[in-house]
Design a binder for this molecule. Structure first.
Ligand code: G6Q
Length: 546
C-alpha cells in the first residue's frame, strides 16, 4: 500500500486522460455506429449475473487501459491483502474482513495470526439456535406468549442493511411475524413503529457495534420503558437481545450478555449486514435462508479472487465508476433496480458508496488531486420513470445509471414482469440514443414542440441482469458485488474506504448542542451567530429561558 504511486502518477492514468480527450465529442450513437457488435463484447458474466456495459462511454481500448490502471494501482494485491487480514483500514489501523463473515466452515482467514472463521460460525450457530426458538414459539415473551413482532433498533450500518434485506426478501419471510426498524432519534419513529404492537409479543433487537450511539441508546431506553410499563422490570430479559462488539455496555444497559450476539472490530458497520447485525434478517427468513444469502456473498467473493480483471464484475464496475467520476467528470450515479422489493437498495448502497469513498485525502493523509466517490442515489423502476427520469433524459446534468433486473419474477402475475423488463431495457436505450428532431418530425410531431421533445441521448448506463429471481442468494451476490466495487474504486483513488471520520464528527457535535438546548437557564453559547440564533429561537419556542 505505502509506496504505491498515486493515481495521477500511474502511466495508465496519463494514457486514460489522453484517451478520454480523444473520445470527447463521440456520442454513444457514434460508438455503436463504429462498432455495431459492441453489445456482444462489452459485457461480462459470472455467478449468474450478466453485466452489460456497452452503453457506457467506453471502447475496448478504454477497458484495456482501465484494466492496466487497476494492475498499476495494485488492485489484485489489495484484494489479497484484504483476505489476508492486513490492516488495509489504515486510519483506524484495522483489518477489513467482512469476507470472513461468509467463509465456509473449515476455511482459514486470519486476523493477527488468529483464524477468525471458527468465531464467525460460533456466532452464526448461536444466531440460528436463537432464531429457531423464536420462530418455533419456544422462546416466549414474559407472559408466555410467542414472539410475533421483531423490532430492530439501530442506525446507519446497524439498520440500513437489515432493513433493505428484510424488504428485499419479503417473499421468503414468515408472514405471521412483523419486522419493524426504528433508527431515527425522532420519537415519531419509535412511536409510529410500535403503536400497533403488543409488548407481550414483541422482541427488541438492539444493534450497535459500539453501544454508544446516541440514537440507538435513546430508542433502546424508550423501548425498555415501553416494555417495563406494560410487563414489569422482570420482562426485559425476555424481550431484549443485543448485537454488539461491546459486552460491557450491553450488560450495563441491562441486557443479559447470554443474549448478546457478537461481532468484531474488523467488520465495518456498512459491511456488517451478513454478521450478527443481520439477526433480524435471520429471524425473518430463517437460518437456512440466511445461509443461502451468505452463499451468494461467497460466490461473489470467489469470483472477485478468481476472475481476471477484465472479466471481474466488481472490478469492472469499480473501473467504470472511476472512469465516469474522475475522467469524465460525471459526479453522480443513479441505481435503478427494476424490482419493487429493492425499495431500500439505493439507500443501502448510498451509505456503502458515499461513506466509504466520500474522502478527500489519500492513505498518507495528503489531499487527493482528483474527484472521489460519486453521489449515489436512486429508486426502483418503473416508479422513477414517472418522476426524476425527466432530468436524466433532458436535464443539463448527465447522470450515469445502473439498471438492475431479474430474468424471473417473484410473483408471476400476467404480463407484469415482461412489462417491467421492457421498461428497463427501453429506458437504457432511450438514455443512450435519445430521440432526435428527424424522428420526431417523421412521427408527425407538432413543429412547435419538436425542440422540447428532443432527448439528446448519450447518457451512459450499465445493466445488471440477474439470472432467476430475487432470492437470498441473488441478494448476497448483489451486495458483495457492490462491496467489492467500492473496494476497487477506493484502491484506485488511493483512499481509505473503511473509515468514516465525517460521521464521527456528527456523533460528537450533537452532544454539546443537546446540553445547550435542554439545560436550565440561558446557555452560554459560543457557536457561530447562525447556530446561536437557532438554539435561542428553539429554546424560546419550547418555553425555555434564552
Ligand atoms: C458504518 C458507520 C455508521 C455506524 C452507525 C451505527 O460504517 O460507521 O453508519 O454503523 O453510526 O454505529 P453503531 O453500530 O456503533 O451504533
Amino acid at each position: 500500500m505505502s509506496g504505491t504511486p498515486a493515481l495521477d502518477e500511474l502511466p495508465a492514468y496519463a494514457a486514460l486522460r489522453e484517451h478520454a480527450a480523444a473520445l470527447r465529442g463521440l456520442t454513444l450513437a457514434d460508438l455503436f455506429d463504429a462498432d455495431p457488435a459492441r453489445g456482444g463484447t462489452l459485457r461480462a458474466q459470472a455467478a449468474g449475473i450478466y453485466l452489460d456495459y456497452a452503453k457506457q462511454r467506453v471502447t475496448p481500448e478504454t477497458v484495456e487501459l482501465l484494466v492496466r490502471l487497476a494492475e498499476e494501482a495494485g488492485v489484485p494485491e489489495r484484494i489479497e491483502a484484504m483476505f489476508a487480514g492486513e490492516r488495509i483500514n489504515v486510519s483506524e489501523d484495522r483489518a477489513v474482513l467482512h469476507v470472513a463473515l461468509r467463509a465456509p466452515r473449515g476455511e482459514r482467514i486470519e486476523s493477527d495470526g488468529e483464524d477468525v472463521v471458527p468465531q464467525v460460525h460460533e456466532v452464526l450457530d448461536r444466531m440460528a439456535a436463537f432464531s429457531e426458538r423464536v420462530r418455533s414459539g419456544a422462546w416466549t415473551g414474559a407472559t408466555g406468549r410467542p414472539i410475533r413482532n421483531v423490532v430492530n433498533i439501530g442506525i446507519g450500518g446497524s439498520h440500513l442493511g437489515p432493513e433493505m434485506a428484510t424488504l428485499a426478501l419479503a417473499s421468503f419471510t414468515r408472514r405471521d411475524m412483523r419486522l419493524r426498524f426504528v433508527s431515527n432519534v425522532d420519537g415519531s419513529d419509535f412511536a409510529e413503529k410500535t403503536q400497533d404492537l403488543d409488548p407481550a409479543e414483541t422482541l427488541f433487537v438492539i444493534v450497535s457495534k459500539t453501544f454508544t450511539t446516541l440514537e440507538t441508546l435513546t430508542n433502546a431506553g424508550t423501548a425498555r420503558d415501553w416494555v417495563v410499563a406494560a410487563l414489569g422490570e422482570g420482562a426485559v430479559a425476555r424481550h431484549f437481545v443485543a448485537v454488539s462488539t461491546n459486552a460491557e455496555r450491553v450488560g450495563a444497559f441491562g441486557i443479559d450478555t447470554e443474549n448478546m450476539f457478537g461481532f468484531w472490530d474488523w467488520v465495518g458497520g456498512r459491511y456488517s449486514m451478513d454478521s450478527a447485525v443481520g439477526l433480524s434478517v435471520m429471524l425473518a427468513i430463517g437460518p437456512e435462508g440466511f445461509g443461502e444469502l451468505l452463499g451468494g456473498f461467497r460466490a461473489m467473493d470467489e469470483h472477485l479472487r478468481g476472475a481476471p480483471l477484465a472479466e471481474n464484475l466488481p472490478v469492472l464496475l469499480g473501473l467504470l465508476s472511476v472512469w465516469n467520476t474522475t475522467l469524465l467528470g460525471l459526479r453522480t450515479v443513479a441505481v435503478l433496480p427494476y424490482a419493487a422489493e429493492l425499495s431500500r437498495f439505493a439507500a443501502y448502497l448510498q451509505q456503502l458508496e458515499m461513506e466509504s469513498n466520500g474522502k478527500h485525502v489519500m492513505l498518507d493523509g495528503t489531499p487527493v488531486r482528483w474527484a472521489t466517490g460519486p453521489v449515489l442515489w436512486g429508486e426502483p423502476g418503473t416508479n422513477g420513470q414517472h418522476a426524476f427520469y425527466q432530468l436524466m433524459h433532458q436535464g443539463t446534468e448527465v447522470v450515469p445509471a445502473e439498471f438492475i433486473g431479474f430474468t424471473e419474477p417473484l410473483h408471476p402475475l400476467g404480463r407484469h414482469h415482461d412489462l417491467l423488463m421492457a421498461n428497463m431495457f427501453a429506458q437504457a436505450e432511450a438514455l443512450a440514443f435519445g430521440r432526435d428532431e428527424v424522428a420526431l418530425r417523421a412521427a408527425g410531431s407538432d413543429e412547435a414542440q419538436v425542440a422540447h421533445r428532443v432527448c439528446l441521448g448519450d447518457r451512459p448506463s450499465s445493466t445488471i441482469l440477474v439470472d432467476g429471481t430475487l432470492t437470498p442468494a441473488a441478494l448476497g451476490k448483489l451486495v458483495a458485488l457492490y462491496e467489492h466495487r467500492v473496494l476497487t474504486e477506493g484502491v484506485l483513488w488511493g483512499i481509505d474506504s473503511f473509515d468514516q471520520w465525517g460521521v464521527e464528527l456528527g456523533k460528537v457535535l450533537a452532544g454539546t448542542l443537546a446540553d445547550e438546548i435542554e439545560g436550565d437557564g440561558a446557555p452560554d453559547l459560543a457557536h457561530d451567530s447562525s447556530t446561536n440564533e437557532l438554539v435561542r429561537r428553539y429554546r424560546a419556542a419550547r418555553g425555555r429561558t434564552v
